[in-house]
Design a protein. Sequence first.
Length: 240
Amino acid sequence: MAEEAPIYFNPWDPAFREDPYPHYGALLAGPPHLTEFGAIKCALVARYSDVTRVLRDHATFSSVGPPPPPQVYQGRLAGSRNLLEVDPPVHTRLRRLISRDFTPRRIRELEPRIREIASEILGRAKRVHDFDLVKDLANVLPVVVIAEMLGVPAERHGIFKEWSDKLIDAANNLPGTPTPPDVVRTIDALTDYLEVEVERRRKSPGPDLVSALVQAHDEGDALSLAELLNFVTLLLIAAI
């Protein structure tokens, strides 16, 4: 059988940014492809059956990548991986500790408030007669919902949105390149804020998600501070 011709897939290539769809077509046309982005080796998969197989085969397709190079700033999160960067049994432990606050019932309970927030956003847009669906609704609503789940007061929702945008922008940096100074400041500011909030919830828990995560434990096992900060940061990024 003839060897499969390699494909070129580089999400940091300007041509890819201009028109990514031909590259996606090449992925869909064949089996999983192995490639490298700097020191990172990964499998590129696009078809549902391939994705499902890869996600279930931790021995062959591990989620644990190499540690970030020294020029990639992590601050106080260094040495701790989030839920997307670990395999079982570590993944199983972390998921068990946090999943009790993401049950279908809990998510259904959020629906009235999510509708209320969306109505408020749409009401503001109606008053100014200027509305961008992605910028003014799709990019704002998830961050506000996550911020409220974390117990962030309304007056800080704006800065949370700025932090979230900055962390997402950091993903556009080429792998292995130095972290931009504004992203370093964002990581430090977010970590400073969350550390204070975690300590406050330890002393005086509330009905918010941070309080639940601080208290999450199973047979004496609990989330470490770095794990908790990593998970909250992941939630904030996932909101975009």
